[in-house]
Design a protein around this ligand. Structure first.
Ligand code: HEC
Ligand code: HEC
Length: 385
Protein backbone atom coordinates (compact mmCIF):
# COMPACT_ATOMS: atom_id res chain seq x y z
CA UNK A 1 0.00 0.00 0.00
CA UNK A 2 1.25 3.43 -0.85
CA UNK A 3 -0.33 5.80 1.61
CA UNK A 4 2.61 8.14 1.62
CA UNK A 5 0.56 11.26 1.99
CA UNK A 6 -0.85 10.12 5.28
CA UNK A 7 2.31 11.58 6.71
CA UNK A 8 0.70 14.96 6.41
CA UNK A 9 -1.60 14.25 9.23
CA UNK A 10 0.82 12.34 11.33
CA UNK A 11 -0.44 9.83 13.71
CA UNK A 12 -2.50 12.59 15.13
CA UNK A 13 -5.18 12.60 12.54
CA UNK A 14 -7.64 10.29 14.20
CA UNK A 15 -10.65 9.20 12.36
CA UNK A 16 -14.30 9.54 12.71
CA UNK A 17 -17.74 8.30 12.29
CA UNK A 18 -20.88 9.89 11.30
CA UNK A 19 -24.28 9.36 12.53
CA UNK A 20 -26.06 7.34 9.93
CA UNK A 21 -26.18 4.90 12.79
CA UNK A 22 -24.96 7.16 15.51
CA UNK A 23 -23.64 5.16 18.39
CA UNK A 24 -22.38 8.09 20.42
CA UNK A 25 -23.54 7.91 24.00
CA UNK A 26 -24.30 4.21 23.72
CA UNK A 27 -20.95 2.88 24.86
CA UNK A 28 -21.23 5.25 27.79
CA UNK A 29 -21.80 8.94 27.94
CA UNK A 30 -19.33 9.75 25.20
CA UNK A 31 -20.66 12.80 23.40
CA UNK A 32 -18.67 15.84 22.36
CA UNK A 33 -18.94 18.83 24.70
CA UNK A 34 -18.73 21.34 21.92
CA UNK A 35 -19.86 20.87 18.33
CA UNK A 36 -16.86 19.74 16.28
CA UNK A 37 -15.65 21.92 13.41
CA UNK A 38 -17.23 20.67 10.18
CA UNK A 39 -15.75 20.04 6.74
CA UNK A 40 -17.35 22.98 4.93
CA UNK A 41 -16.34 25.41 7.69
CA UNK A 42 -12.79 24.10 7.91
CA UNK A 43 -12.13 23.68 4.18
CA UNK A 44 -12.63 25.69 1.00
CA UNK A 45 -13.66 23.36 -1.79
CA UNK A 46 -16.10 20.95 -0.20
CA UNK A 47 -19.31 20.71 -2.18
CA UNK A 48 -20.62 17.23 -1.39
CA UNK A 49 -19.26 15.98 1.91
CA UNK A 50 -20.59 18.98 3.78
CA UNK A 51 -21.40 19.21 7.46
CA UNK A 52 -19.11 16.34 8.45
CA UNK A 53 -16.99 16.67 11.58
CA UNK A 54 -13.38 17.07 10.43
CA UNK A 55 -12.37 13.68 11.83
CA UNK A 56 -15.15 11.95 9.87
CA UNK A 57 -14.24 13.88 6.72
CA UNK A 58 -10.68 12.52 6.91
CA UNK A 59 -11.99 9.00 7.25
CA UNK A 60 -13.95 9.53 4.05
CA UNK A 61 -10.72 10.72 2.38
CA UNK A 62 -8.95 7.67 3.79
CA UNK A 63 -11.63 5.46 2.25
CA UNK A 64 -10.95 7.12 -1.12
CA UNK A 65 -7.18 6.55 -0.85
CA UNK A 66 -7.69 2.97 0.30
CA UNK A 67 -10.20 2.20 -2.48
CA UNK A 68 -7.78 3.58 -5.09
CA UNK A 69 -4.83 1.67 -3.56
CA UNK A 70 -2.92 4.91 -3.64
CA UNK A 71 -2.16 7.98 -1.59
CA UNK A 72 -3.99 11.27 -1.20
CA UNK A 73 -2.27 12.89 -4.16
CA UNK A 74 -3.73 10.32 -6.51
CA UNK A 75 -6.57 12.82 -6.66
CA UNK A 76 -5.06 15.91 -5.07
CA UNK A 77 -2.36 18.29 -6.29
CA UNK A 78 1.05 16.60 -5.94
CA UNK A 79 2.37 19.65 -4.10
CA UNK A 80 -0.25 19.20 -1.35
CA UNK A 81 2.47 17.29 0.50
CA UNK A 82 4.32 20.53 0.98
CA UNK A 83 1.55 23.11 1.01
CA UNK A 84 -1.62 21.78 2.58
CA UNK A 85 -3.77 24.59 1.22
CA UNK A 86 -3.35 22.88 -2.17
CA UNK A 87 -5.77 20.16 -1.08
CA UNK A 88 -8.42 22.68 -2.12
CA UNK A 89 -7.10 22.90 -5.70
CA UNK A 90 -9.56 21.34 -8.09
CA UNK A 91 -8.21 18.38 -10.09
CA UNK A 92 -9.81 16.17 -12.77
CA UNK A 93 -9.71 13.20 -10.41
CA UNK A 94 -11.51 15.15 -7.69
CA UNK A 95 -14.21 15.91 -10.25
CA UNK A 96 -14.30 12.25 -11.20
CA UNK A 97 -14.54 11.24 -7.54
CA UNK A 98 -17.51 13.61 -7.09
CA UNK A 99 -19.24 11.95 -10.05
CA UNK A 100 -18.53 8.60 -8.45
CA UNK A 101 -20.19 9.78 -5.23
CA UNK A 102 -23.27 10.78 -7.21
CA UNK A 103 -23.30 7.40 -8.93
CA UNK A 104 -22.80 5.54 -5.64
CA UNK A 105 -25.53 7.50 -3.88
CA UNK A 106 -27.93 6.82 -6.75
CA UNK A 107 -27.22 3.08 -6.67
CA UNK A 108 -27.67 2.95 -2.92
CA UNK A 109 -30.81 5.05 -2.92
CA UNK A 110 -32.38 3.19 -5.82
CA UNK A 111 -31.49 -0.36 -4.92
CA UNK A 112 -30.40 -0.53 -1.28
CA UNK A 113 -32.85 1.66 0.60
CA UNK A 114 -30.27 4.41 0.99
CA UNK A 115 -27.89 2.18 3.00
CA UNK A 116 -24.22 2.63 1.99
CA UNK A 117 -24.15 -0.93 0.69
CA UNK A 118 -22.14 -0.17 -2.45
CA UNK A 119 -19.05 1.92 -1.67
CA UNK A 120 -15.92 3.02 -3.48
CA UNK A 121 -14.28 -0.10 -2.10
CA UNK A 122 -17.00 -2.44 -3.41
CA UNK A 123 -15.90 -1.71 -6.97
CA UNK A 124 -12.35 -0.47 -6.65
CA UNK A 125 -10.84 -2.79 -4.00
CA UNK A 126 -7.54 -0.94 -4.00
CA UNK A 127 -7.46 -0.49 -7.77
CA UNK A 128 -8.02 2.66 -9.81
CA UNK A 129 -9.48 0.52 -12.56
CA UNK A 130 -12.09 -1.90 -11.26
CA UNK A 131 -11.89 -5.21 -13.08
CA UNK A 132 -14.50 -6.30 -15.56
CA UNK A 133 -13.32 -9.78 -16.56
CA UNK A 134 -13.79 -12.64 -14.09
CA UNK A 135 -10.58 -13.79 -12.44
CA UNK A 136 -10.26 -17.58 -12.56
CA UNK A 137 -7.51 -17.59 -9.94
CA UNK A 138 -10.06 -16.23 -7.47
CA UNK A 139 -12.43 -19.01 -8.34
CA UNK A 140 -9.95 -21.86 -8.10
CA UNK A 141 -7.20 -20.46 -5.84
CA UNK A 142 -6.91 -20.37 -2.06
CA UNK A 143 -9.65 -18.21 -0.54
CA UNK A 144 -8.39 -15.14 1.32
CA UNK A 145 -10.52 -14.40 4.36
CA UNK A 146 -10.46 -10.97 5.97
CA UNK A 147 -10.11 -11.58 9.71
CA UNK A 148 -11.55 -8.11 10.34
CA UNK A 149 -14.88 -9.01 8.80
CA UNK A 150 -18.00 -7.70 10.50
CA UNK A 151 -19.81 -10.90 9.62
CA UNK A 152 -18.64 -13.58 12.02
CA UNK A 153 -19.45 -17.17 11.30
CA UNK A 154 -21.31 -18.19 14.47
CA UNK A 155 -19.49 -20.55 16.79
CA UNK A 156 -20.92 -22.32 19.84
CA UNK A 157 -17.74 -23.77 21.30
CA UNK A 158 -17.05 -20.78 23.56
CA UNK A 159 -18.84 -17.75 24.99
CA UNK A 160 -17.99 -14.06 25.31
CA UNK A 161 -18.21 -14.29 29.09
CA UNK A 162 -15.65 -17.09 29.40
CA UNK A 163 -13.35 -15.39 26.87
CA UNK A 164 -13.28 -12.19 28.93
CA UNK A 165 -12.76 -14.13 32.17
CA UNK A 166 -9.84 -16.01 30.63
CA UNK A 167 -8.38 -12.73 29.34
CA UNK A 168 -8.61 -10.92 32.68
CA UNK A 169 -7.01 -13.92 34.39
CA UNK A 170 -4.27 -14.10 31.76
CA UNK A 171 -3.23 -10.51 32.41
CA UNK A 172 -3.21 -10.76 36.19
CA UNK A 173 -6.80 -11.17 37.36
CA UNK A 174 -9.53 -8.64 38.19
CA UNK A 175 -8.21 -8.07 41.74
CA UNK A 176 -4.78 -6.96 40.60
CA UNK A 177 -6.21 -4.92 37.75
CA UNK A 178 -8.41 -3.10 40.26
CA UNK A 179 -5.31 -2.08 42.26
CA UNK A 180 -3.85 -0.13 39.36
CA UNK A 181 -5.32 3.34 38.94
CA UNK A 182 -2.79 4.95 36.61
CA UNK A 183 -0.06 4.25 34.10
CA UNK A 184 2.68 6.58 32.90
CA UNK A 185 4.95 5.49 30.08
CA UNK A 186 7.59 6.57 27.64
CA UNK A 187 8.76 5.14 24.39
CA UNK A 188 9.00 5.72 20.71
CA UNK A 189 6.52 6.56 18.02
CA UNK A 190 6.86 5.92 14.32
CA UNK A 191 4.57 6.48 11.39
CA UNK A 192 4.45 7.67 7.83
CA UNK A 193 4.83 11.17 9.18
CA UNK A 194 8.25 10.34 10.64
CA UNK A 195 9.32 8.37 7.57
CA UNK A 196 9.10 5.37 9.92
CA UNK A 197 11.91 6.65 12.13
CA UNK A 198 11.41 6.78 15.90
CA UNK A 199 10.50 9.93 17.82
CA UNK A 200 9.66 10.15 21.55
CA UNK A 201 6.17 9.50 22.86
CA UNK A 202 4.60 9.75 26.33
CA UNK A 203 1.46 8.13 27.66
CA UNK A 204 -0.63 9.15 30.69
CA UNK A 205 -3.59 7.02 31.62
CA UNK A 206 -5.93 7.11 34.58
CA UNK A 207 -8.65 4.65 35.58
CA UNK A 208 -11.30 4.13 34.56
CA UNK A 209 -10.91 5.78 31.16
CA UNK A 210 -8.75 8.86 30.78
CA UNK A 211 -5.81 8.87 28.42
CA UNK A 212 -3.36 11.35 26.94
CA UNK A 213 -0.77 10.48 24.31
CA UNK A 214 1.90 13.04 23.48
CA UNK A 215 4.00 12.56 20.36
CA UNK A 216 7.11 14.74 20.40
CA UNK A 217 7.25 15.65 16.72
CA UNK A 218 10.06 17.68 15.22
CA UNK A 219 7.66 20.61 14.90
CA UNK A 220 6.26 20.40 18.45
CA UNK A 221 3.98 18.26 20.61
CA UNK A 222 1.12 16.42 18.97
CA UNK A 223 -1.42 15.65 21.67
CA UNK A 224 -4.43 13.32 21.79
CA UNK A 225 -6.65 13.39 24.82
CA UNK A 226 -9.67 11.46 26.00
CA UNK A 227 -10.85 13.02 29.26
CA UNK A 228 -13.46 10.39 30.09
CA UNK A 229 -16.08 12.06 27.94
CA UNK A 230 -14.51 14.24 25.25
CA UNK A 231 -11.65 13.62 22.87
CA UNK A 232 -9.36 15.99 21.02
CA UNK A 233 -6.25 16.04 18.88
CA UNK A 234 -4.03 19.07 18.51
CA UNK A 235 -0.59 19.53 17.10
CA UNK A 236 1.50 20.70 14.20
CA UNK A 237 0.23 17.72 12.25
CA UNK A 238 -3.53 17.76 12.75
CA UNK A 239 -5.71 18.81 9.80
CA UNK A 240 -7.08 21.74 11.79
CA UNK A 241 -5.55 23.26 14.94
CA UNK A 242 -7.95 21.44 17.26
CA UNK A 243 -9.82 18.33 16.13
CA UNK A 244 -12.77 17.50 18.37
CA UNK A 245 -13.47 13.79 18.14
CA UNK A 246 -16.99 12.74 17.28
CA UNK A 247 -19.08 9.66 16.55
CA UNK A 248 -17.11 6.48 16.06
CA UNK A 249 -13.77 8.20 16.70
CA UNK A 250 -14.93 9.36 20.08
CA UNK A 251 -16.22 5.88 20.86
CA UNK A 252 -12.88 4.39 19.86
CA UNK A 253 -10.93 6.88 21.95
CA UNK A 254 -13.04 5.79 24.90
CA UNK A 255 -12.43 2.13 24.16
CA UNK A 256 -8.68 2.71 23.80
CA UNK A 257 -8.64 4.42 27.21
CA UNK A 258 -10.62 1.53 28.73
CA UNK A 259 -8.13 -1.02 27.38
CA UNK A 260 -5.68 0.00 30.14
CA UNK A 261 -8.22 -1.12 32.80
CA UNK A 262 -10.16 -3.65 30.78
CA UNK A 263 -12.48 -5.20 33.38
CA UNK A 264 -15.57 -3.13 32.35
CA UNK A 265 -15.23 -3.97 28.65
CA UNK A 266 -17.21 -7.17 29.17
CA UNK A 267 -20.26 -5.03 29.98
CA UNK A 268 -19.55 -2.23 27.50
CA UNK A 269 -21.90 -3.64 24.89
CA UNK A 270 -25.42 -4.97 25.41
CA UNK A 271 -24.97 -7.87 22.96
CA UNK A 272 -22.08 -10.15 22.03
CA UNK A 273 -21.37 -12.64 19.28
CA UNK A 274 -18.39 -14.96 18.99
CA UNK A 275 -16.49 -16.50 16.09
CA UNK A 276 -13.06 -17.62 14.93
CA UNK A 277 -10.51 -15.87 12.73
CA UNK A 278 -6.99 -16.55 11.56
CA UNK A 279 -4.48 -13.80 12.42
CA UNK A 280 -1.14 -14.83 10.95
CA UNK A 281 -0.31 -18.01 12.87
CA UNK A 282 -2.91 -17.42 15.59
CA UNK A 283 -6.32 -19.09 15.58
CA UNK A 284 -8.00 -16.20 17.32
CA UNK A 285 -11.19 -16.26 19.32
CA UNK A 286 -13.21 -13.25 18.23
CA UNK A 287 -15.76 -11.58 20.44
CA UNK A 288 -17.93 -8.96 18.79
CA UNK A 289 -19.78 -6.25 20.67
CA UNK A 290 -23.08 -5.13 19.12
CA UNK A 291 -25.66 -2.47 19.75
CA UNK A 292 -29.15 -3.13 18.43
CA UNK A 293 -27.75 -5.87 16.23
CA UNK A 294 -25.14 -3.55 14.70
CA UNK A 295 -21.48 -4.65 15.13
CA UNK A 296 -19.39 -2.04 16.97
CA UNK A 297 -16.07 -3.72 17.72
CA UNK A 298 -14.27 -7.05 17.30
CA UNK A 299 -11.92 -8.22 20.07
CA UNK A 300 -9.36 -10.91 19.14
CA UNK A 301 -7.79 -13.22 21.72
CA UNK A 302 -4.82 -15.53 21.21
CA UNK A 303 -4.47 -19.09 22.47
CA UNK A 304 -3.33 -17.88 25.89
CA UNK A 305 -6.48 -15.77 26.09
CA UNK A 306 -4.69 -12.43 25.71
CA UNK A 307 -6.21 -9.58 23.67
CA UNK A 308 -4.14 -9.11 20.52
CA UNK A 309 -6.37 -7.01 18.27
CA UNK A 310 -9.34 -4.69 18.41
CA UNK A 311 -11.19 -3.59 15.28
CA UNK A 312 -13.76 -0.81 15.40
CA UNK A 313 -15.82 0.81 12.67
CA UNK A 314 -16.97 4.29 12.02
CA UNK A 315 -19.85 5.18 9.76
CA UNK A 316 -19.49 7.90 7.16
CA UNK A 317 -21.64 8.98 4.22
CA UNK A 318 -19.28 7.05 1.94
CA UNK A 319 -19.46 3.84 3.94
CA UNK A 320 -18.21 1.98 6.99
CA UNK A 321 -14.51 2.49 7.70
CA UNK A 322 -12.34 0.26 9.93
CA UNK A 323 -9.63 0.99 12.48
CA UNK A 324 -7.39 -1.83 13.67
CA UNK A 325 -5.43 -1.74 16.91
CA UNK A 326 -2.84 -4.49 17.35
CA UNK A 327 -1.47 -5.19 20.83
CA UNK A 328 1.80 -7.06 21.33
CA UNK A 329 4.68 -7.58 23.74
CA UNK A 330 2.71 -7.91 27.01
CA UNK A 331 4.91 -7.24 30.04
CA UNK A 332 4.29 -7.05 33.76
CA UNK A 333 3.66 -3.60 35.25
CA UNK A 334 2.48 -3.44 38.86
CA UNK A 335 1.23 -7.03 38.73
CA UNK A 336 -0.74 -6.58 35.51
CA UNK A 337 0.32 -7.51 31.99
CA UNK A 338 0.27 -4.53 29.65
CA UNK A 339 1.01 -4.45 25.90
CA UNK A 340 4.22 -2.50 25.25
CA UNK A 341 3.75 -2.38 21.50
CA UNK A 342 0.64 -1.03 19.77
CA UNK A 343 -0.05 -0.43 16.11
CA UNK A 344 -3.04 1.62 15.07
CA UNK A 345 -3.98 1.26 11.41
CA UNK A 346 -6.52 3.49 9.73
CA UNK A 347 -7.37 4.21 6.11
CA UNK A 348 -5.28 7.38 6.18
CA UNK A 349 -2.52 6.72 8.65
CA UNK A 350 -0.71 4.08 10.62
CA UNK A 351 1.13 4.64 13.87
CA UNK A 352 3.31 2.38 15.96
CA UNK A 353 3.96 3.10 19.60
CA UNK A 354 6.64 1.07 21.33
CA UNK A 355 6.92 1.73 25.06
CA UNK A 356 10.30 1.32 26.73
CA UNK A 357 9.03 1.79 30.25
CA UNK A 358 5.62 1.98 31.87
CA UNK A 359 5.03 2.59 35.57
CA UNK A 360 1.86 1.93 37.52
CA UNK A 361 0.16 4.12 40.12
CA UNK A 362 2.11 7.30 39.49
CA UNK A 363 0.07 10.40 40.43
CA UNK A 364 -1.00 12.40 37.35
CA UNK A 365 -2.31 15.97 37.61
CA UNK A 366 -5.86 16.39 36.26
CA UNK A 367 -4.56 19.03 33.85
CA UNK A 368 -2.94 16.24 31.80
CA UNK A 369 -6.41 15.29 30.60
CA UNK A 370 -7.64 18.80 29.86
CA UNK A 371 -8.57 20.00 26.38
CA UNK A 372 -5.26 20.72 24.61
CA UNK A 373 -4.38 24.16 23.32
CA UNK A 374 -4.91 24.39 19.55
CA UNK A 375 -1.80 23.43 17.62
CA UNK A 376 -0.48 25.09 14.52
CA UNK A 377 -2.62 22.67 12.47
CA UNK A 378 -1.69 21.57 9.00
CA UNK A 379 -4.44 23.38 7.14
CA UNK A 380 -4.75 26.35 9.37
CA UNK A 381 -4.68 28.87 6.59
CA UNK A 382 -7.64 27.25 4.94
CA UNK A 383 -9.42 26.86 8.23
CA UNK A 384 -9.26 30.56 8.89
CA UNK A 385 -10.68 31.63 5.60
C1 HEC B 1 -10.44 9.52 -5.05
C2 HEC B 1 -10.00 10.90 -4.95
C3 HEC B 1 -9.51 11.44 -3.61
C4 HEC B 1 -8.54 10.93 -2.80
C5 HEC B 1 -7.70 9.66 -2.99
C6 HEC B 1 -8.42 11.84 -1.69
N1 HEC B 1 -9.28 12.89 -1.84
FE1 HEC B 1 -9.42 14.52 -0.65
N2 HEC B 1 -10.93 15.24 -1.78
C7 HEC B 1 -11.48 14.59 -2.86
C8 HEC B 1 -12.69 15.29 -3.27
C9 HEC B 1 -13.62 14.89 -4.39
C10 HEC B 1 -12.82 16.39 -2.39
C11 HEC B 1 -13.96 17.40 -2.38
C12 HEC B 1 -15.11 16.77 -1.60
C13 HEC B 1 -16.40 17.52 -1.73
O1 HEC B 1 -16.55 18.31 -2.67
O2 HEC B 1 -17.31 17.28 -0.91
C14 HEC B 1 -11.68 16.34 -1.50
C15 HEC B 1 -11.41 17.29 -0.52
C16 HEC B 1 -10.34 17.24 0.36
C17 HEC B 1 -9.97 18.27 1.30
C18 HEC B 1 -10.63 19.62 1.45
C19 HEC B 1 -9.79 20.65 0.71
C20 HEC B 1 -10.37 22.04 0.79
O3 HEC B 1 -9.70 22.91 1.38
O4 HEC B 1 -11.49 22.23 0.30
C21 HEC B 1 -8.91 17.82 2.02
C22 HEC B 1 -8.18 18.55 3.13
C23 HEC B 1 -8.61 16.50 1.54
N3 HEC B 1 -9.48 16.19 0.51
C24 HEC B 1 -7.62 15.70 2.04
C25 HEC B 1 -7.35 14.43 1.59
C26 HEC B 1 -6.42 13.53 2.22
C27 HEC B 1 -5.59 13.85 3.44
C28 HEC B 1 -6.41 12.39 1.50
C29 HEC B 1 -5.61 11.12 1.75
C30 HEC B 1 -5.86 10.46 3.03
C31 HEC B 1 -7.34 12.59 0.39
N4 HEC B 1 -7.90 13.82 0.49
C32 HEC B 1 -7.57 11.64 -0.61
C33 HEC B 1 -10.98 13.46 -3.50
C34 HEC B 1 -9.98 12.67 -3.00
C1 HEC C 1 -20.17 0.65 -9.29
C2 HEC C 1 -18.73 0.58 -9.31
C3 HEC C 1 -17.97 1.81 -8.84
C4 HEC C 1 -18.13 2.50 -7.67
C5 HEC C 1 -19.14 2.25 -6.55
C6 HEC C 1 -17.10 3.51 -7.65
N1 HEC C 1 -16.38 3.46 -8.79
FE1 HEC C 1 -14.87 4.74 -9.31
N2 HEC C 1 -14.71 3.83 -11.10
C7 HEC C 1 -15.44 2.74 -11.51
C8 HEC C 1 -15.05 2.39 -12.85
C9 HEC C 1 -15.59 1.21 -13.66
C10 HEC C 1 -14.07 3.34 -13.25
C11 HEC C 1 -13.36 3.44 -14.59
C12 HEC C 1 -12.01 2.79 -14.48
C13 HEC C 1 -11.33 2.74 -15.85
O1 HEC C 1 -11.17 3.79 -16.46
O2 HEC C 1 -10.98 1.64 -16.24
C14 HEC C 1 -13.88 4.23 -12.11
C15 HEC C 1 -12.99 5.28 -12.10
C16 HEC C 1 -12.74 6.08 -11.00
C17 HEC C 1 -11.75 7.13 -10.98
C18 HEC C 1 -10.81 7.53 -12.09
C19 HEC C 1 -9.56 6.69 -11.97
C20 HEC C 1 -8.47 7.09 -12.94
O3 HEC C 1 -7.86 6.17 -13.49
O4 HEC C 1 -8.25 8.27 -13.13
C21 HEC C 1 -11.79 7.68 -9.71
C22 HEC C 1 -10.92 8.80 -9.16
C23 HEC C 1 -12.80 6.97 -8.98
N3 HEC C 1 -13.36 6.02 -9.79
C24 HEC C 1 -13.13 7.22 -7.66
C25 HEC C 1 -14.19 6.60 -6.99
C26 HEC C 1 -14.62 6.98 -5.68
C27 HEC C 1 -13.98 8.03 -4.79
C28 HEC C 1 -15.69 6.19 -5.38
C29 HEC C 1 -16.56 6.22 -4.12
C30 HEC C 1 -17.20 7.49 -3.86
C31 HEC C 1 -15.92 5.31 -6.52
N4 HEC C 1 -14.98 5.59 -7.47
C32 HEC C 1 -16.94 4.38 -6.59
C33 HEC C 1 -16.39 2.05 -10.78
C34 HEC C 1 -16.86 2.44 -9.54
Amino acid sequence: MRFRSTRLFVGAAAAAAVCVLSTAALLGQAAPAQAPLTSDTAFKNVTMLKGLPVDTFFEAMGMFANAMGNDCTFCHDKQAYFDKSLFATQTPRMMRARQMMVMMNTINKTYFNGETRVTCFTCHQGNEQPKRVPNLALQYGEPIDDPNSMDLIPNDTFTAEETFTKYLNAIGGADRIAKVTSFVGKGSYSGFDTALSDIPVEIYSKAPEQMTLIVKTFAGDSIRVFDGQNGWMAGPDTPVPLVTLSGGNLERAKLEAMLWYPTPIRTAFPEWKVGLAILGDIDAHVVQGLIKGVPQANFYFDNAGVLVRVVTWTRTPVGIIPTQIDLEDYRDVGGVKVPFFRTVSQTYMQMKVHFKEIQANVPIPASRFAQPAPGTGAIRRTAQQ
